[in-house]
Design a protein around this ligand. Structure first.
Ligand code: IPM
Ligand code: MG
Length: 361
């Protein structure tokens, strides 16, 4: 097969890690007979510097014409002084909205080889940690009406959801649960928010289609607590844009390895948007020390969800596992690894390429 991949290296470590992701896809191409055609485009701070805009029209066009988009990271202190619509983050929101990728899949997985890095007590995570957060991505307070009064002394942001927006994300939550342990928790603030009450109503109207799924609801404040008290109770979580933003950071932190976590953002049809969940880490940009594994695992998600290549996705995951099993680490996940096993970005990419080549096709 031939696949058109738009790449957005973006800012900070973005270019370092996207480069490694592309190398892995090329290795997959050679091994399994696919052709990946990469088109690099501009977004984020670099784009502001070069074009004056965080998300140029040309970038959107390349993305929309692709089979999938691989994004590194955007943002950094250099652009922090810019206001609202001029900021690098605007590129992310623009891409999400324009590509209509309303379902953000954020797995929070603890890699057994890295369990020592988990900040929770071992007895709390003795059964491992494998949660899938399904975050609504193109609605709610991120996209609702916002503004300031004329005197500048009051401001508002609006949380609004239609039942249609809720139904499609809840359906993805149920479908994901069916592929996993058939457990879905919808997280909201239904004791206060009318939007949350609508989320519950819509969920109730859909649950009959999924009699095998055990469904629960939880208030977001309690969920934030339960995630550190007993994370093993969760399997699939479905939630709004804002709550998903917050809970996915918390969930990633309890895995102990934020440098390892991937994400996919999917729409009804059209290309998906793929990015590691970590940020642009400007302090280590270009130093060949960033961990490329989150991006490499993001490429696996791309193969699985957008390119219909499950075997290839599983091969990447197996290759990453074998590299970790062999003790190789980047600095962020080094723990008490032997110093001769601590490698940089390129070397980690090399190791995964070698592991992939060694796997049986
Ligand atoms: C994320 C990030 C973004 C968000 C920011 C950078 C706009 O935190 O992808 O979780 O809030 O969605
Ligand atoms: Mg976030």
């Amino acid at each position: 097969m031939e696949f058109k991949i738009a790449t957005i290296p973006g800012d900070g470590i973005g270019p370092d890690i996207v480069r490694e992701g592309c190398r892995i896809l090329q290795t997959i191409g050679k091994k399994y007979g696919h052709k990946f055609i990469f088109t690099e485009t501009l977004a984020g701070g670099v784009s502001i510097d070069k074009t004056g805009e965080p998300l140029p029209e040309a970038t959107l066009n390349v993305c929309k014409a692709s089979d999938a988009v691989l994004l590194g990271a955007v943002g950094g202190p250099k652009w922090d002084h810019l206001s609202g619509d001029k900021r690098p983050e605007k590129a992310l929101l623009g891409l999400r909205g324009e590509m209509k990728v309303y379902a953000n899949m954020r797995p929070a997985v603890m890699f057994p080889q890295l369990s020592a890095a988990c900040p929770l007590k071992p007895e709390i995570v003795k059964n491992g940690l494998d949660i899938l957060i399904v975050r609504e991505l193109t609605g709610g307070i991120y996209f609702g009406d916002r503004g300031r009064s004329e005197d500048g002394l009051s401001a508002w942001d609006t949380e609004a959801y239609t039942s249609e927006e809720i139904a499609r994300i809840i359906t993805i939550g149920f479908d994901s649960a069916m592929k996993r342990t058939k457990k879905l928790c919808v997280i909201d603030k239904a004791n206060i928010l009318e939007t949350s009450r609508l989320w519950r109503e819509v969920t109730e109207s859909i649950k009959g289609n999924y009699p095998e799924v055990s469904l629960s609801y939880m208030y977001v404040d309690n969920a934030a607590m339960q995630l550190v008290r007993n994370p093993g109770q969760f399997d699939v979580i479905a939630t709004s844009n804002m709550f998903g933003d917050i809970l996915s950071d918390e969930a990633s932190q309890i895995t102990g390895s934020i440098g390892m976590l991937a994400s996919a953002s999917l729409g009804e049809s059209g290309p998906g948007l793929y990015e590691p969940i970590h940020g642009s880490a400007p302090d280590i940009a270009g130093k060949d020390i960033a961990n490329p594994l989150a991006t490499i695992l993001t490429c696996a998600m791309m193969l699985r969800y957008s390119l219909n290549c499950e075997r290839e996705a599983a091969a990447i995951e197996a290759a990453v596992y074998s590299v970790l099993d062999a003790g190789w680490r980047t600095g962020d996940i080094a723990g008490d690894a032997l110093s001769d096993k601590i490698v940089g970005t390129r070397k980690m990419g090399d190791l995964v390429v070698e592991a992939l080549e060694a796997l049986e096709a």
